[in-house]
Ligand binder design. Sequence first.
Ligand code: GLN
Length: 238
Amino acid sequence: MSESTLRIGLVLPDVMGTYGDGGNALILRQRARMRGIDAEIVSITLDDEVPESLDVYTLGGAEDYAQRLATRHLTRYPGLQRAAAAGRPVLAICAAIQVLGHWYETSAGERVEGISLFDLTTAPQEQRSIGELITDPTVEGLTEQLTGFENHRGGTTLGSDARPLGRVRHGVGNGIGDGGEGVVQGSVLGTYMHGPALARNPQLADHLLAAAVGTDLDPLDLPEVDRLRAERLSAGRR
Ligand code: GLN
Protein backbone atom coordinates (compact mmCIF):
# COMPACT_ATOMS: atom_id res chain seq x y z
CA MET A 1 0.00 0.00 0.00
CA SER A 2 1.56 3.31 -1.06
CA GLU A 3 1.15 6.62 0.73
CA SER A 4 -1.32 7.78 -1.87
CA THR A 5 -3.58 4.74 -1.40
CA LEU A 6 -7.16 5.69 -0.58
CA ARG A 7 -8.01 3.97 2.69
CA ILE A 8 -11.65 2.96 3.17
CA GLY A 9 -12.62 2.06 6.74
CA LEU A 10 -15.12 -0.77 7.08
CA VAL A 11 -16.13 -0.23 10.67
CA LEU A 12 -17.06 -3.25 12.80
CA PRO A 13 -18.17 -5.66 10.03
CA ASP A 14 -18.10 -8.39 12.70
CA VAL A 15 -21.13 -6.85 14.43
CA MET A 16 -22.62 -4.39 11.94
CA GLY A 17 -23.42 -5.46 8.40
CA THR A 18 -26.92 -6.86 7.89
CA TYR A 19 -27.98 -7.37 4.26
CA GLY A 20 -24.40 -7.21 2.98
CA ASP A 21 -23.82 -3.57 3.97
CA GLY A 22 -20.08 -4.34 3.87
CA GLY A 23 -20.60 -4.19 0.11
CA ASN A 24 -20.59 -0.39 0.41
CA ALA A 25 -16.85 -0.51 1.08
CA LEU A 26 -16.37 -2.80 -1.94
CA ILE A 27 -18.26 -0.36 -4.17
CA LEU A 28 -16.14 2.57 -3.00
CA ARG A 29 -12.95 0.59 -3.63
CA GLN A 30 -14.09 -0.59 -7.06
CA ARG A 31 -15.26 2.83 -8.24
CA ALA A 32 -11.96 4.34 -7.06
CA ARG A 33 -9.89 1.66 -8.82
CA MET A 34 -11.89 2.07 -12.05
CA ARG A 35 -10.62 5.65 -12.10
CA GLY A 36 -7.03 4.59 -11.52
CA ILE A 37 -7.07 5.51 -7.84
CA ASP A 38 -5.27 2.95 -5.69
CA ALA A 39 -7.67 1.97 -2.89
CA GLU A 40 -7.80 -0.51 -0.03
CA ILE A 41 -10.38 -1.54 2.57
CA VAL A 42 -9.26 -1.41 6.19
CA SER A 43 -11.48 -3.67 8.31
CA ILE A 44 -11.82 -2.47 11.89
CA THR A 45 -13.17 -5.21 14.16
CA LEU A 46 -13.98 -5.39 17.88
CA ASP A 47 -10.32 -6.43 18.34
CA ASP A 48 -9.04 -3.16 16.90
CA GLU A 49 -8.87 0.46 18.00
CA VAL A 50 -10.69 2.76 15.58
CA PRO A 51 -8.15 4.72 13.50
CA GLU A 52 -8.86 8.40 12.90
CA SER A 53 -6.74 8.84 9.78
CA LEU A 54 -8.63 6.87 7.13
CA ASP A 55 -10.05 8.68 4.09
CA VAL A 56 -13.66 7.49 4.31
CA TYR A 57 -15.62 5.28 6.70
CA THR A 58 -18.65 3.00 6.27
CA LEU A 59 -20.79 1.35 8.95
CA GLY A 60 -23.59 -1.17 8.37
CA GLY A 61 -26.86 -2.06 10.06
CA ALA A 62 -27.25 -4.48 12.96
CA GLU A 63 -29.71 -6.14 15.28
CA ASP A 64 -30.11 -4.78 18.79
CA TYR A 65 -27.42 -6.72 20.70
CA ALA A 66 -24.75 -6.39 17.99
CA GLN A 67 -25.60 -2.69 17.79
CA ARG A 68 -24.90 -2.37 21.52
CA LEU A 69 -21.49 -3.99 21.20
CA ALA A 70 -20.66 -1.57 18.39
CA THR A 71 -21.81 1.42 20.44
CA ARG A 72 -19.62 0.40 23.36
CA HIS A 73 -16.59 -0.03 21.11
CA LEU A 74 -17.02 3.29 19.30
CA THR A 75 -17.42 5.06 22.64
CA ARG A 76 -14.26 3.45 24.02
CA TYR A 77 -12.14 4.17 20.89
CA PRO A 78 -13.28 7.57 19.55
CA GLY A 79 -11.34 7.48 16.25
CA LEU A 80 -14.52 7.86 14.19
CA GLN A 81 -15.54 10.96 16.17
CA ARG A 82 -12.10 12.49 15.52
CA ALA A 83 -12.24 11.63 11.81
CA ALA A 84 -15.69 13.23 11.50
CA ALA A 85 -14.50 16.32 13.36
CA ALA A 86 -11.68 16.55 10.77
CA GLY A 87 -14.30 16.49 7.98
CA ARG A 88 -13.72 12.94 6.71
CA PRO A 89 -16.74 11.43 4.94
CA VAL A 90 -18.67 8.76 6.84
CA LEU A 91 -21.61 6.63 5.65
CA ALA A 92 -23.83 5.12 8.36
CA ILE A 93 -26.51 2.57 7.46
CA CYS A 94 -29.64 1.88 9.54
CA ALA A 95 -28.55 0.82 13.06
CA ALA A 96 -25.42 2.91 12.56
CA ILE A 97 -27.59 6.05 12.25
CA GLN A 98 -28.99 5.19 15.65
CA VAL A 99 -25.55 4.48 17.20
CA LEU A 100 -24.23 7.79 15.83
CA GLY A 101 -27.10 9.72 17.44
CA HIS A 102 -27.42 10.95 21.05
CA TRP A 103 -29.34 7.87 22.19
CA TYR A 104 -31.55 5.09 20.96
CA GLU A 105 -34.05 2.84 22.67
CA THR A 106 -33.95 -0.88 21.84
CA SER A 107 -37.12 -2.78 21.02
CA ALA A 108 -36.99 -4.03 24.66
CA GLY A 109 -37.22 -0.39 25.79
CA GLU A 110 -33.64 0.07 27.06
CA ARG A 111 -32.06 3.42 26.35
CA VAL A 112 -28.45 3.32 25.09
CA GLU A 113 -26.21 6.39 24.83
CA GLY A 114 -24.84 6.91 21.31
CA ILE A 115 -21.73 8.78 20.20
CA SER A 116 -23.52 12.03 19.22
CA LEU A 117 -22.07 12.47 15.74
CA PHE A 118 -25.64 13.10 14.65
CA ASP A 119 -28.10 15.41 16.39
CA LEU A 120 -30.88 12.80 16.58
CA THR A 121 -32.58 10.26 18.81
CA THR A 122 -34.32 6.96 18.04
CA ALA A 123 -37.16 5.14 19.76
CA PRO A 124 -39.12 2.03 18.74
CA GLN A 125 -42.25 2.54 16.63
CA GLU A 126 -45.47 0.56 16.87
CA GLN A 127 -44.67 -1.25 13.66
CA ARG A 128 -41.45 -2.42 12.05
CA SER A 129 -40.81 -0.61 8.75
CA ILE A 130 -39.95 -3.14 6.05
CA GLY A 131 -39.82 -2.78 2.31
CA GLU A 132 -38.54 -0.84 -0.65
CA LEU A 133 -37.70 2.78 -0.06
CA ILE A 134 -37.39 5.53 -2.67
CA THR A 135 -36.47 9.13 -1.90
CA ASP A 136 -35.68 12.41 -3.61
CA PRO A 137 -32.27 13.53 -2.33
CA THR A 138 -31.96 16.97 -0.74
CA VAL A 139 -28.17 17.20 -0.83
CA GLU A 140 -26.42 19.43 -3.36
CA GLY A 141 -24.81 17.38 -6.10
CA LEU A 142 -27.22 14.47 -5.74
CA THR A 143 -29.75 14.63 -8.56
CA GLU A 144 -30.91 11.01 -8.90
CA GLN A 145 -33.54 9.33 -6.74
CA LEU A 146 -32.17 7.15 -3.97
CA THR A 147 -33.34 3.54 -3.67
CA GLY A 148 -32.88 0.90 -0.97
CA PHE A 149 -34.50 -1.67 1.28
CA GLU A 150 -35.48 -0.67 4.81
CA ASN A 151 -36.03 -2.92 7.82
CA HIS A 152 -36.05 -1.20 11.18
CA ARG A 153 -38.18 -0.91 14.27
CA GLY A 154 -36.57 2.33 15.43
CA GLY A 155 -38.01 5.69 14.37
CA THR A 156 -35.53 8.54 14.23
CA THR A 157 -36.21 12.18 15.14
CA LEU A 158 -33.70 14.73 13.85
CA GLY A 159 -32.56 17.73 15.91
CA SER A 160 -31.85 21.16 14.46
CA ASP A 161 -28.20 20.43 13.55
CA ALA A 162 -29.16 17.49 11.33
CA ARG A 163 -31.19 17.42 8.13
CA PRO A 164 -32.67 14.54 6.15
CA LEU A 165 -30.75 13.02 3.24
CA GLY A 166 -33.95 12.74 1.19
CA ARG A 167 -37.73 13.16 1.07
CA VAL A 168 -39.64 9.88 1.00
CA ARG A 169 -41.51 8.99 -2.21
CA HIS A 170 -42.15 5.37 -1.33
CA GLY A 171 -41.69 3.61 2.02
CA VAL A 172 -41.34 4.95 5.56
CA GLY A 173 -37.84 6.38 6.03
CA ASN A 174 -36.98 7.87 9.42
CA GLY A 175 -40.47 6.96 10.42
CA ILE A 176 -41.77 9.84 12.44
CA GLY A 177 -44.33 10.89 9.90
CA ASP A 178 -42.44 13.90 8.58
CA GLY A 179 -41.45 12.33 5.26
CA GLY A 180 -37.71 12.56 5.86
CA GLU A 181 -35.23 9.78 5.20
CA GLY A 182 -31.70 9.51 6.49
CA VAL A 183 -29.52 12.26 7.83
CA VAL A 184 -26.75 14.64 6.86
CA GLN A 185 -24.60 16.50 9.34
CA GLY A 186 -21.31 17.92 8.14
CA SER A 187 -19.36 15.17 6.38
CA VAL A 188 -21.41 12.37 7.96
CA LEU A 189 -24.32 10.82 6.03
CA GLY A 190 -26.82 8.25 7.25
CA THR A 191 -29.55 6.28 5.52
CA TYR A 192 -31.93 3.46 6.39
CA MET A 193 -31.25 2.01 2.92
CA HIS A 194 -29.74 -1.45 2.64
CA GLY A 195 -29.08 -2.85 -0.79
CA PRO A 196 -26.18 -2.30 -0.32
CA ALA A 197 -26.99 1.38 -0.68
CA LEU A 198 -23.95 2.28 -2.78
CA ALA A 199 -24.53 -0.55 -5.28
CA ARG A 200 -28.00 0.81 -5.90
CA ASN A 201 -26.99 4.47 -5.78
CA PRO A 202 -23.70 5.00 -7.61
CA GLN A 203 -24.12 8.77 -7.47
CA LEU A 204 -24.08 8.58 -3.67
CA ALA A 205 -20.96 6.39 -3.86
CA ASP A 206 -19.21 8.99 -6.03
CA HIS A 207 -20.35 11.80 -3.73
CA LEU A 208 -18.53 10.11 -0.83
CA LEU A 209 -15.56 9.18 -2.99
CA ALA A 210 -15.15 12.75 -4.27
CA ALA A 211 -15.19 13.99 -0.67
CA ALA A 212 -12.60 11.35 0.25
CA VAL A 213 -10.18 12.21 -2.56
CA GLY A 214 -10.91 15.94 -2.45
CA THR A 215 -11.54 16.35 -6.20
CA ASP A 216 -14.44 15.95 -8.64
CA LEU A 217 -14.50 12.59 -10.40
CA ASP A 218 -15.18 11.74 -14.02
CA PRO A 219 -18.43 9.79 -14.45
CA LEU A 220 -18.21 6.03 -15.11
CA ASP A 221 -20.24 4.49 -17.90
CA LEU A 222 -21.48 1.19 -16.44
CA PRO A 223 -24.69 -0.06 -18.12
CA GLU A 224 -24.98 -3.08 -15.75
CA VAL A 225 -25.05 -0.74 -12.77
CA ASP A 226 -27.71 1.43 -14.43
CA ARG A 227 -29.77 -1.66 -15.17
CA LEU A 228 -29.63 -2.89 -11.56
CA ARG A 229 -30.66 0.56 -10.42
CA ALA A 230 -33.58 0.79 -12.86
CA GLU A 231 -34.79 -2.67 -11.83
CA ARG A 232 -34.74 -1.81 -8.12
CA LEU A 233 -36.44 1.54 -8.70
CA SER A 234 -39.27 -0.11 -10.60
CA ALA A 235 -39.61 -2.83 -7.92
CA GLY A 236 -39.84 -0.09 -5.32
CA ARG A 237 -42.61 1.73 -7.16
CA ARG A 238 -44.81 -1.37 -7.40
N1 GLN B 1 -31.98 -2.69 15.36
C1 GLN B 1 -32.34 -1.50 14.66
C2 GLN B 1 -33.83 -1.32 14.45
O1 GLN B 1 -34.57 -2.28 14.33
C3 GLN B 1 -31.62 -1.45 13.32
C4 GLN B 1 -31.98 -2.58 12.40
C5 GLN B 1 -31.08 -2.65 11.18
O2 GLN B 1 -29.98 -2.12 11.14
N2 GLN B 1 -31.54 -3.38 10.16
O3 GLN B 1 -34.29 -0.19 14.39
